[in-house]
Write a protein that binds this ligand. Sequence first.
Ligand code: DPX
Ligand code: MG
Length: 569
Amino acid sequence: MSSLPTKYTVGDYLAERLAQIGIRHHFVVPGDYNLVLLDKLQANPNLTEVGCANELNCSLAAEGYARANGVSACVVTFSVGALSAFNGTGSAYAENLPLILISGSPNTNDASQFHLLHHTLGTTDYSYQLEMAKKITCCAVAIARAHEAPRLIDRAIRHALLARKPCYIEIPTNLSGAECVRPGPISAVTDPVTSDKAALEAAANCAAEYLSGKLKPVILVGPKLRRAGEGAEEALIKLAEAMGCAVAVQPAAKGMFPEDHKQFVGIFWGTVSTDAADSIVHWADALLCVGTVFTDYSTVGWTAMPDIPLMAAEMDHVTFPGAHFSRVRLGEFLSHLATEVKFNNSTMIEYNRLKPDPVLVHTAAPGDELTRKEISRQIQAHIDSKTTLFVETGDSWFNGVQFKLPPGALFEIEMAWGHIGWSIPAAFGYALRHPDRKIVVMVGDGSFQVTAQEVSQMVRFNLPITIILINNRGYTIEVEIHDGSYNKIKNWNYALLVHAFNGEDGNAKGLSARTAGELQDAIKVAEENTKGPTLIECSIDQDDCSRELITWGHFVAAANARPPRLPGV
Ligand code: DPX
Ligand code: MG
């Protein structure tokens, strides 16, 4: 700690807070409004600066880092940078990830002198970026004087950590190096809020009583379970075992309840569910929803919205039919309820009757043309306990949720925000925090084209990420929702592109597979390439998409096409 400054500037203060909350890498794109700030962050020995190709990718890389680390930081310049970074910030909001968006801004004298400035809208009101940030973060602050910085920085970071949402900190270019006071104990920023004891007790009693009056309880797990942290995932396993009931999982929560657990009954995704998850969820007479998110996508165009009253256990409150309890932390609630519930395995008995037999998977001959099913078969064999699988928006979602995750394997999906191109920068950010994990990305050709540059950062940092690029020549998921010529895209030579990213010193490998044998060989190359990313372009027929995608697409299209409701109807 001896190298930490004795006199603090605003930039030093921020750097120290980022390091204290466990950030080891901060993602940046430089610009003249943030250069002094970047110098200050660089000077902190506990932070490593990670440059990104553009601010969209920078924000999505930070989004991925927050998935791995629990919190992340993205540093950009005013407007031209920040407006692009708002997209990844929106993702962090929708996906419940505390991403700290930090933007440089104009010199504090310029607004009062009515100066027109570069990188701005060409008006002299520079508050618009802060106003926009307020809509997509849980706390947005603009530092106008150095002495306010400690209070505002601490406030924004604490809000983000507690709410599991992004925050925004704006620092004028002439304040990053301005002196401010030293930081106080970090516990004031990071200490968790604990449950209100009376509310916790009452919520658990109420839930236990409600469940004891029901015959067929089922637990439905949603993506906010992992985001809640504080031991909520472990507590859920204890509760499930105490209840003995079936546990279904939403697609965005895949892997948050172990798939090898005997009470796991599949992914509940309406008519495109895996195993018999939909049958058992619809058979239930009580549904304990733990961190669930119901959207048009997760409910298959609202066709799979459960039609019984829901008991919703959220990150910081629980709501049951007839009662609401504020300030109840999810982990504490689940642990407490586990000690009060009665064992009732009726839904497991029924599920074991309904459970489909394992599907026999056909193995293609080496010379056979590559198909979607053969790609999945080979990836399934490649997934082990150290794998984290990223599945991109597109048919990769539907192929991804079908995988059987062995213990320890992790699954990442961005189903709420659904930004095509997310998986490449997000996997890059995630890999920096977890270099020990075997990271596999399944991404479509259309998505890859949005953020392809970030493969060059995987090259720069020697990250052995495997990218399975499924080239079906266009936006197939959109074809199933609503077709038109706009769903066609320009084909690229993806394997060669990766070689271009190598420049003179990279270790990336780019391969293309048209047959089952070629894919097998390419996966071997990826396994042996420990010094950089390997991209395998898998060419498949344009119409070779999952049955689930087509079915889901039809229902989502129908929901999109509902005619406007007339007033009073
Ligand atoms: C769009 C989507 O090639 O996957 O499997 O072929 O569908 P599939 P691709 O990656 O194409 C993706 C494409 C265009 N969605 O089908 S899902 C609309 C969209 C989005 N995000 C952004 N822009 C448009 N989801 C940033
Ligand atoms: Mg495609």
